[in-house]
Design a protein around this ligand. Structure first.
Ligand code: PEP
Ligand code: MN
Length: 377
């Protein structure tokens, strides 16, 4: 289902046409010198939009929570002295008023704010009648509806220059990423709101410097519109998010290394080859669907057998063994462990669902009801 938002082009002197749109600057404004020097260096590398957190939403108390409103004066200096656009996060009505008074050009809602409809509504109401671009970070939890809801609340009060920031999603436990990118969620957002620019935030997805390029390149390959990357003159000594920040020079190298591919396939030859390859993929997907259908019909038979013999659906040892073998096999076939685990978990869950249905049904003989796709057998 498409979402009907009234959107106006998110333009900064046509910056969006020269993709990608880049926002860069420190996680937090720390001092006037740090803000001005970072901005000066970024400007030298052609960056036009400066970001800096003034109020920082920290998970635990007693960590640095931002310099507060006095930092807005520094952002004003970046704007007036260097001619850059400025942006910051707002999380409540006071932040909105202070940021607007200081002439901040772009506001963004942080991930924790997007997850809270009361806070989003208050901010939206405070922005009634104000024509300012607003970027909405994805909520901390992987819920596209909450992300869309925040965009709708802002749009309903008249904010039309909207963009979404993809900063990844929290998960419990140790992970490769600080926030899991779950690319399918911003892709789904793009599908439902095609005119909405998506800016990826590799810094908060990665939580370290090493993966920034990979995530940025992936965002470009998905044809997302921009990147917001935390940049600091002295990253190791940053007061917040030190591990993920990079210097303006490293940012410049990263941006120069990005490969920007065109969405429009002009060459007919290219298009034909692409069509052929897509056709082959479709054929394999057809087979996959038939195999899954067949696999589930066997699961139902197993369910019937277990029901008759009164044994539980889940036998953990068999499941562990199956998964271990498939992970090993996947490795030999060049298929990542994470993918194999996710795939087999999903198949296994579906299989359990089919078995549960059988075990709770009154029918005994399922044989007559099972239709095996003949091509497979
Ligand atoms: C930030 O951009 O510094 C920030 C706090 O981000 P998030 O809301 O994505 O955690
Ligand atoms: Mn940060």
């Amino acid at each position: 289902m498409g979402i009907d938002l009234k959107l106006e082009p998110f333009e900064f002197e046509g910056l969006l046409n020269k993709r990608p749109l880049i926002l860069a600057g420190p996680c937090s404004a720390e001092s006037e010198e740090q803000v001005m020097e970072t901005a000066r260096q970024l400007k030298q590398y052609g960056i036009k939009i400066f970001r800096a957190g003034i109020w920082k939403p920290r998970t635990r108390p007693n960590s640095f929570e931002g310099v507060g409103s006095k930092g807005l004066t520094w952002l004003r200096h970046v704007k007036e002295e260097l001619g850059m656009y400025t942006s910051t996060e707002v999380a409540n009505v006071k932040h909105v008023y202070d940021a607007l008074k200081a002439g901040v050009d772009i506001l963004w809602l942080g991930a924790r704010t997007t997850a809270n409809p009361f806070a989003v509504q208050e901010i939206a109401d405070a922005l009634h009648g104000v024509d300012i671009p607003v970027m909405v970070k994805n909520p901390v939890n992987p819920d596209p509806e909450l992300w869309i809801g925040a965009l709708e609340r802002l749009n309903n009060t008249g904010i039309t220059k909207l963009a979404a920031i993809h900063r990844g999603f929290s998960i419990y436990g140790k992970s490769f990423y600080r926030n899991h990118p779950q690319w399918q969620i911003p892709i789904e957002l793009k599908r439902r709101i095609p005119g909405l620019p998506i800016i990826t935030d590799p810094s908060h997805i990665c939580g370290n410097r090493e993966l920034l390029f990979e995530i940025s390149q992936k965002a470009m390959d998905l044809n997302f519109e921009g990147l917001i990357i935390e940049t600091h003159i002295d990253p190791d000594n940053a007061w917040s998010d030190a591990q993920q920040q990079i210097t303006p020079q490293v940012l410049n190298d990263l941006l120069n290394s990005l490969v920007l591919r065109s969405e429009n396939v002009e060459s007919a030859v290219l298009m034909t080859t692409l069509e052929e390859l897509r056709g082959e993929i479709d054929k394999f997907d057809d087979q996959l669907m038939k195999i899954l259908e067949c696999r589930m019909s066997i699961s139902r038979k197993i369910g019937e057998h277990k029901k008759q013999n009164n044994i539980t659906i889940l036998q953990t040892s068999r499941w562990d063994e199956l998964l271990r073998r498939r992970i090993e096999e996947g490795e030999r076939k060049g298929l990542g462990e994470e993918f194999i685990v996710k795939l087999f978990r999903a198949i296994h869950q579906e299989s359990i669902n089919h078995q549960t249905k059988v075990m709770n049904s009154k029918d005994v003989d399922l044989d007559s009801k099972i239709a095996y796709p003949t091509e497979i057998l």
